[in-house]
Design a protein around this ligand. Structure first.
Ligand SMILES: C[S@@+](CC[C@H](N)C(=O)[O-])C[C@H]1O[C@@H](n2cnc3c(N)ncnc32)[C@H](O)[C@@H]1O
Length: 211
């Protein structure tokens, strides 16, 4: 189920600054070649990630779930010149596509890690200004708890798909991903260390600021 009505999504796209030509190429390539192209953030959400990153001007960004690199390139647009973005992808094939487009964009501040985020996150010793959670939903709470101690005070986490195609709105939530997302939303909501707002952009984005 689409949460945002297609007409509203189209109107939003028509009234948001267009994404860059490299991002358009990457979105077109992914849509034409990838069986799971629906996992792309899309142009409105991509613009939002870019804009938020430019507002926050982060020095360090962590992304969990690179896919073909679309959201990483959006987030990198607000990175400080001396900053770094670390992004983690489980699947080699998607990581290869992402690296190709990071090279096309000539972005030397993006560090791509290939493997399981649960193993890789503890090896990264940075403190983070901005984090984008967009990998396997069943591990969202685990990722959050691993990352929050390394998030700077005033830093933010964005978590994608927090409405999970509307499944979290059901009285009886049945699917394992929807259950995990609902548990994550409740976990964050009850956490006194943070302030959060659930944004109804695309499939739902939870914006979390560490106090
Ligand atoms: C929804 S897609 C990410 C989309 C991307 N952020 C974008 O907006 O273009 C989720 C990605 O997370 C990856 N993934 C799933 N489980 C993972 C794990 N345990 N560690 C690292 N990556 C994982 C998947 O292979 C997939 O490419």
């Amino acid at each position: 189920m689409e949460i945002v009505a297609p007409l509203a999504e189209q109107y939003a796209a028509n009234h948001s600054t267009p994404i860059s030509s490299v991002l358009q190429q990457l979105a077109q390539y992914t849509t034409a070649t990838h069986p799971k192209a629906h996992m792309l953030s899309g142009s409105v959400q991509g613009q939002f990630l870019s804009l938020l990153s430019k507002l926050l001007q982060p020095t360090t960004i962590l992304e969990v779930g690179t896919f073909t690199g679309f959201s990483a390139l959006c987030l990198a647009q607000g990175l400080q010149a001396n900053g770094s973005l670390h992004t983690i992808e489980l699947r080699q094939e998607d990581a290869t596509t992402a690296q190709k487009y990071f090279d096309v964009a000539a972005n030397k501040n993006i560090y791509l890690h290939i493997g399981n985020a649960i193993d890789i996150i503890p090896t990264l010793t940075q403190t983070w200004d901005m984090v984008f959670l967009d990998a396997d939903k069943v591990n969202y709470i685990n990722y959050y708890e691993l990352i929050l101690p390394q998030l700077k005070s005033g830093g933010c986490i964005l978590a994608d798909n927090v409405l999970f195609h509307g499944e979290v709105l059901n009285e009886n939530i049945t699917g394992k991903n929807a259950k995990a997302i609902h548990a994550f939303n409740q976990h964050v909501m009850a956490d006194a260390r943070v302030q959060c707002t659930l944004l109804t952009i695309r499939d739902g984005l939870m914006l979390i600021r560490k106090k």
